[in-house]
Every structure is written in C-alpha cells, then in structure tokens.
Design a protein around this ligand. Structure first.
Ligand code: PLP
Length: 430
C-alpha cells in the first residue's frame, strides 16, 4: 500500500510519511493506491467480533506494515465507545457518533491519529507540533486525543466568542502539551493562520509541523469504521441509504470508501446547509468554491470542501458513476430548526443542528422513494450547541461524562489575528 497525491505531482509515500507530512507539497490530498476489499465472510462474521477487532482488520491493510500489529491493536482499542443505531421514525435511524470523550465523531479520527503519531514520533528526532484551526468540534477532539502524548505539542486556534460554552471548555481545560489560542477574528482567520504555519518553511526547518484535520490520512481513514459498526448492528437485509451532514466532506468520503471496499450501502446523501458548493456541482457539473456563510450547523460552514477531491478519486473521476451513488442537497436554517422541533415533538428525540440537516435530507429522500430505509449520522451531541435549547425551548441535560468540565480551570491565550505573534508562540514550543 502506498499513498499518492490527488494532484499527482508529489511522489507517492508510505502510510507513515503520509501521516507525518499531513498534506503533499503539491497541495493535493493523499489517497490509498488500492482499496482493500472486505469479503462476504468477513461481513457475515462481523457480529461475533468486538469493535477494536473489526477496526484492526479493516485498518491493517491501509497501514501497510508501518505499525507493528500489537501497537495497531492498542490504537484500535482506543475506539472503546459506543456507536448505537437508534430508530427515530419509520425507516429512519440515527447512527449516534457522540459517545466518545468530546461528544463528536471527530473523536474517532483524532484518537486513531494520535496513536499513530505517538508511535511514529518514537524514532524521530525532535518534537512534532500539531497546529489546528477549529470552529468548535475539531479542537476539542484533537485536544482530548493528543493530551499527554509524549513528543507532541498541540496548538489550537479558535475564534473568540464563536464556539459554544461546552466547546470552549473542551478546548481550554487540558493544559500540559495543549495550548488554546483565542483569536480576535473569525474561523476563516484561524484557518488562514494555521495554513500559513503549515506552509512556513522557516518554521518547518526548526520543528516538524503537521495538522490534525481530516486532510490527514490517519484522521480520515478510520472514519469509515463506524459505517461497518452500523452494518454490524442492522445486519444484511435491505441496503440502507446513508445521509451524512457534510462540511469538509471527510466523513462522507470515508463512507464512500467503505462502500467501494464492499460494504453494502445503497446510496449516500450529502446533506449540506446553505453552503451548497457540492449540491450545485451535482446539479450543474461546475465546481465553484464560494466564501462560507454562517449557519446553525456551523461545523459545516465550508465554502470549498477539501475532501471532495477524495470522493472524485473513489470514483476514478467518473462523474456519472458518482451520481449513481451520491445525492447532494442543501437545507436552510429555517427548515433545520423546524425539523428539530418536529422530531422533538413527535418522538422526544433531540437532534443537534448538524444531525437535523441530515435527518431532513433523508426524510425527504424516503418520502420520494417509499420502501427504502436509511440511517443518518448524528455527528455531535446536542448539548454542544447553544442554539438547541433556544430552538426547542427545553433544557438539554449535560451527559455525566463531561460534567467535570465545569469545575476545571480554563486557560487560553488571547491574540489579534497576526501571524508573527502566532509564530512567536509556536517557536516557544520547541
Ligand atoms: C466536523 C463536523 C461535521 C462535518 O464533517 P466533515 O467531515 O467536515 O464533512 C458535521 N457535523 C459535526 C457536528 C461536525 O463537528
């Protein structure tokens, strides 16, 4: 197994190099040279096995021998939380991805990547600096995943006043090797500064810098696992449609990879908010990035989704085949809020705004295709978004697992949007 760049200018590399580099120099994304196929037998025996065992078998070919089996197994054991499929209404179930330490699906990729980086850092001189910009969920998952990992320093850039109360606690209460930078600016400013640091050759000469967003192969690949875990629960039968709330399109690209690897899934729906670059592409054939617009489902406010090139790669750039497998829709904030109220009223289930976008897209699809059934991804716990209580007019219980956050000491460094200041701080981590 090797990893080539989707831009095809940078050389192909091993799994280890793909993880350490993060992104190829030609600004493409790393993509596996082959998609390992899962056998019928493996699928039919899945329900007899534990999730870390399934994860180990599925990830093993992708790692291509770069991590010893016993270490890879330990890394897979970190995915020791639940991924329940919960029926919400007739033919529609939620795959709940919020039972990890920071209550969002990004825990899966962050924990897997931190295990890989920890192993690869052992025989490497000097520290690794992980720089990540967040609109809320990524930062918390990366902080939790990398806290205490030897040889790794983490700097998280987040926009002041623009993350929720719980997200901010998750970013700022770890301390140790995790530093939270509170920038007086927007998420786009944070992203631009993080990109600048990653491309700064002077900085790279002094310390190895990498990112931990879904561009990184080790964060992206394990996101296919929970589609298999859902299959393990529902069994073979009618193939489900999966509706995935999509922003940077890492999650859905991983699902499409799982399907290409033999997981029986009828179709995917990319459920977007007002940021509709991909729905527009599917309609017109023109891919036109736009500046992002702010919505209720803010983790999906992306105007130029990075991982879309990986989706094209899954289909060998055959757009006709892609259209068979993927629908893409855009759901407004008004419809999102209305959906949250309707579902709460009908079933008592509290959707978060991201899950609500996916629920709506799936419910619309099923009403057009009677007889089909589907699963939408509930990507984060509703308590993480302050808007939920306002929309539903009800209190959202804080899960006991994170209650302790409220008594922890918060620490962040507040700064203006200025690269030189950020760089000084990064250099101080060496
Ligand atoms: C990050 C995130 C998304 C978007 O996932 P992508 O892989 O970027 O498409 C959706 N929902 C929540 C809650 C998220 O945190």
């Amino acid at each position: 197994m090797h990893y080539f760049s989707t831009n095809r200018k940078s050389p192909a590399v091993s799994f280890r190099e793909a993880v350490l580099n993060g992104q190829p120099d030609d600004k493409g994304l790393y993509f596996p040279s082959e998609v390992p196929i899962v056998t019928e037998l493996c699928l039919s025996e899945m329900h007899e096995r534990l999730y870390p065992e399934i994860a180990f078998d599925l990830m093993w070919p992708y790692v291509g021998g770069d991590i010893p089996d016993n270490v890879l197994f330990k890394i897979c054991e970190a995915l020791n939380f639940e991924f329940p499929v919960v029926e919400i209404s007739d033919g529609i179930s939620a795959l709940e991805l919020f039972h990890g330490p920071t209550l969002a699906f990004k825990d899966v990729g962050a924990r897997f990547m931190s295990g890989c980086l920890q192993y690869f850092s052992k025989d490497k001189s000097g520290k690794t600096l992980v720089v990540v910009a967040t609109s809320g969920d990524t930062g918390g998952a990366v902080a939790a995943g990398f806290h205490g990992v030897e040889g790794v320093e983490v700097v998280i850039l987040y926009p002041k006043g623009k993350v929720s109360r719980i997200q901010e606690l998750q970013l700022t209460t770890f301390g140790g090797n995790v530093t939270a930078l509170e920038l007086r600016g927007t998420f786009d400013d944070c992203q631009a500064l993080a990109k600048k640091a990653l491309a700064d050759t002077d900085l790279q000469k002094r310390i190895h810098v990498t990112s931990a967003n879904s561009i990184n192969t080790a964060r992206w690949l394990p996101q296919q696992l929970y589609y298999f875990f859902a299959f393990e629960q529902i069994g073979a039968g009618d193939q489900p449609v999966f509706s995935v709330p999509s922003g940077n399109f890492g999650n859905i690209a991983a699902g499409l990879l799982a399907r290409a690897g033999g997981l029986p899934i009828k179709k995917f729906i990319a459920a977007c908010n007002a940021n509709d670059v991909v729905p527009e592409f599917m309609r017109t054939g023109d891919y036109r990035p736009k500046p992002s617009v702010a919505t209720l489902s803010n983790a999906m406010d992306v105007g130029d989704p990075s991982n879309f090139v990986r989706i094209l790669e899954v289909f060998d750039n055959n757009v006709a085949e892609l259209k068979e497998a993927l629908d893409a829709v855009s759901i407004s904030d008004e419809t999102t809020a209305q959906t949250m109220r309707e579902v709460y009223k009908a079933s008592g289930y509290i959707l978060d705004p991201h899950g609500a976008v996916a629920y709506r897209a799936l419910a619309d699809h099923i009403s057009d295709h009677p007889g089909e059934s589907g699963i939408f991804l509930e990507t984060a716990h509703p308590v993480k978004f302050d808007s939920v209580e306002e929309i539903l007019g009800t209190h959202v219980e804080v899960p006991p697992a994170i209650e302790s956050l409220f008594s922890k000491h918060r620490e962040s460094i507040e700064m203006d949007v200025n690269y030189d200041d950020v760089k000084d701080l990064l250099l101080a981590k060496i």
